[in-house]
Design a binder for this molecule. Sequence first.
Ligand code: 13P
Length: 249
Amino acid sequence: MRKKIVAGNWKMNTSISEGERLSAEIVEKSKDVDGVLLIVAPPFTHLTKVADKLRGSRTALSAQNCAAETSGAYTGEVAASMIAETGAAYCILGHSERREYYGETDETLNKKLRQCFAGNLSPIFCVGEKLAEREGNRHFEVIKTQLQNTVFNLEEEDFGKVIIAYEPVWAIGTGKTATPEQAQEIHAFIRKTLAEKFGAKACETSILYGGSCNPANAKSLFANGDVDGGLIGGASLKSDDFIAIAKSF
Ligand code: 13P
């Protein structure tokens, strides 16, 4: 059976000490959260400190990005193997903010996917359409292309380690959430598309919803058969909200 997952993408928020406090609170308050994998994704600088707080708990650690290369003269980059050394097991890839502000292309993402597997990280791979694409009724086509150009290139064994996050760009940080019907429709479409390439293995893939998910709307989103959890931005910065979301299944 596929995993239920609630992951917190902290983006470029919290000082290191705030991040330590937040992760300690999450460990404490998640003790009665059952059957849900919790993941937190702090900034790179926080990873080792947050790993200390998470040790022995059921909350896993993720990075928000990794380098497209293995090592060498790439100033400012952090290799997947370095991330894994901190204790992180996951890495967010292809977030729309990376695509939009840092010019990440499908080609870069293919390299980063390879680095993740070589470095022993499981990718949380984001896809999602922009507002104009949704309004032009092109969202299915856009998401299919994003998957075909990246995840479709994976070996079956590596595909088995991938978590998909559907994040409609128009819903990120806007307070505008996809309706439960919109989420289910796209998640089912993503699973069907993945099944065209990977067959029954797509039934095992966790597909998370991301975009203004909060304690008030999580339950109705997670109630849908193909919504296996959430990738949470703003609401993951408050332990009470994050845990309330994790308890929304
Ligand atoms: P918000 O939950 O703040 O809309 O962010 C979603 C997101 O981008 C998670 O990766």
